[in-house]
Design a protein around this ligand. Structure first.
Ligand code: SF4
Length: 331
């Protein structure tokens, strides 16, 4: 493991809106030369990710590095070659396309911290606390939680920069996972069938080859070729983002500190290791207070006025936040 107190900060950029904003906050906080942004390329991602990546790079003023599996192109490739879809140990494609690549990154880069786009809500805060407890070596930082930013706020924040959300969100998907994600439910797969019939049919073929399925319910397995086209269409699609760490334990059990971290998100730092605490020195703390007060102006405006923001007021507040970000130095 290449954890070094004075190493770089890794920003995991996943082509999702939350990680995009978390990476921006990290760059503003730690300086763009101290942050390396990393994206895992998977061939089944939407083509629009290229446009989104380029716009984010322009916004950050720095390149997002592309890393990828040396063995597999996408989830279809993983499933065909390993003959495994999903199980109690998680999805095989997550392991091969993301976690294994992360192990390589961690080995090759001397890092001090890793930035994750967990958003500000109780479920994600609980996950973040569990993450810090279960992976203390990772040096995980959660800027969105510290800044009280949820996914809708991130979407708005990006669009205010003139960066359109990735196409998958526009089509009604809750995240920007691979097209044809094995973690999706019936509603998700019916939406894939509607917008991406080739990928739907490809996964149905893979299922037949393996004699296994992505979907199952209390009555057993549901092959995609037999999926009722109306099933799940009326429910909101809920599916997990595909992370690059192993599945976390106890995320369904509320941590005893959840309430206090929710009220005062910087309390999440209580879970940081000694090395991480040192990272948040006096200079950081002071600048952080500025950011928090400036950002709260911006965010309150966002909250109160979706669709009806007064441009001038927003810009002024955003400028204040930007100025505060610039002051932030980590010694
Ligand atoms: S996003 Fe879905 S399909 Fe892609 S690697 Fe993760 S679990 Fe597999």
């Amino acid at each position: 493991m290449a954890y070094k107190e004075d190493g770089v900060v890794i920003g995991w950029w996943s082509a999702g809106v939350t990680s995009a904003v978390a990476c921006k906050l990290a760059i503003d906080a730690y300086g763009k030369d101290n942050v390396r942004l990393i994206y895992f390329q998977i061939d089944s991602a939407h083509d629009d990710n290229k446009r989104f990546k380029e716009q984010c790079e322009e916004w950050y003023g720095k390149e997002i590095e592309v890393w990828r599996s040396e063995k597999y192109k996408d989830q279809f490739d993983v499933i065909r070659k390993t003959r495994y879809i999903n199980g109690p140990a998680g999805a095989r494609c997550t392991l091969e396309l993301k976690k294994s690549v992360r192990y390589r990154v961690e080995k090759e880069i001397d890092y001090s911290h890793q930035v994750f786009g967990f958003e500000y809500n109780k479920k994600e805060i609980n996950r973040a606390i569990r993450f810090l407890e279960q992976y203390p070596y990772a040096g995980a930082i959660f800027p969105l939680i510290e800044h009280k930013m949820s996914k809708p706020e991130c979407l708005h924040f990006l669009e205010r920069q003139g960066i359109r959300r990735p196409k998958m969100y526009e089509l009604g998907f809750p995240n920007n996972n691979c097209i044809g994600c094995v973690k999706g439910g019936a509603g998700y797969w019916n939406l894939i069938r509607e917008h991406f019939p080739d990928q739907f049919n490809k996964m149905a073929e893979v299922e037949e080859e393996l004699g296994n399925t992505c979907l199952k319910d209390k009555n057993g397995r549901i092959p995609l070729k037999n999926l009722d086209p109306n099933r799940g269409r009326k429910q909101k699609i809920i599916m997990p983002d595909c992370g690059n760490f192993c599945d976390l334990e106890f995320t369904e059990i509320e941590h005893k500190n959840l309430g206090s971290v929710y009220e005062n998100p910087t309390e999440i730092r209580k879970f940081y290791t000694g090395e991480q605490k040192k990272f948040f020195n006096d200079g950081y703390e002071t600048a952080q207070e500025n950011i928090d007060s400036d950002l709260s102006v911006v965010l309150n405006m966002l909250k109160n006025s979706y669709g009806d923001i007064k441009d001038a007021g927003y810009k002024q507040a955003a400028e204040g936040a930007k100025a505060a970000f610039k002051e932030l130095k980590v010694g």
